[in-house]
Write a protein that binds this ligand. Sequence first.
Ligand code: DGY
Length: 325
Amino acid sequence: MAGARPRIVVTREIPEAAREVLHAAGDVWWPQPDRMLPTEELHAAVAGADAVVSTLQDRIDGAFADAAGPQLKVVSTVAVGYDNADVPALTDRGIVFTNTPGVLTDATADLAFGLLLSVTRRLGEGERLLRSRTPWSFHLGFMLGSGLQGKTLGIVGLGQIGQAMARRALAFGMEIVYSGRRRADAAVERELRARYVPFPELLAGSDVVSLHCPLTPETRHLIDADALATMKPSAYLVNTTRGPVVDEGALADALARGVIAGAGLDVFEKEPEVHPGLLELDNVALAPHLGSATVETRTEMALLAARNAVAVLTGAEPLTPVKGR
Ligand code: DGY
């Protein structure tokens, strides 16, 4: 109907600043109180929507688009990763899909490096010791960790977040190798003093392997029992991308048997569940998917997502579209 205000559905509560951007463009609905909508409720909620602002918890596929109806113009996810979305299914229906690259790069790399420091310097273990009121006293061999200076960081996926991780590692005196689908520009390699190596070489030669590739059918269980067996027994694994890139059962087993030295994990195969084996181990630093979880970053992400949705609703080009095919 000409002149009718667009209906904008937001699947999880987002910062006020982003809601204001959406309110100016249409009638905004979001679940109150905030909660994750099960599929049936999600489909009912998006019926009749012109735009949907979604999160990584929502399954965005053909059934979702059909439940929304033919007027749906844009799905704008408040995340950089979009393995939860069947983008070609949206593209085929003429629906634009957008994500939020760039604005969460530093926050995610900070968290990845924090997990690396936490596991190599045994911070969680030390805190658990103190909180359990276990008697302790300083001595020269007490709770020794592993230093980073001169060690090799193997980055899987030298995209924006992988590069930001490399910059932090350089400041700690680490050497950088990387592998991935594509080789980085020569200028990036020069700046990061990063050497492109085949994936098996990265696994075998790195003191730390940090995962920054997206989850795709090719990267699902990229780190499985066989891959772990080729890593150094002194090596650490850091995962801040998506849980299923790692076979979590195989990792728990490898950590328990000393196949590798430790891991720092922000993401899990079946979030919010965590493999019980990992919870038993001291050589794992765990965080509940906090990569982009700062006030500043989440505000930027939500604002970008809102601006993407409004751009499409008003016939303008979205700022950060995802190509469907
Ligand atoms: C993303 O954006 O993909 C992160 O996992 C959550 O911010």
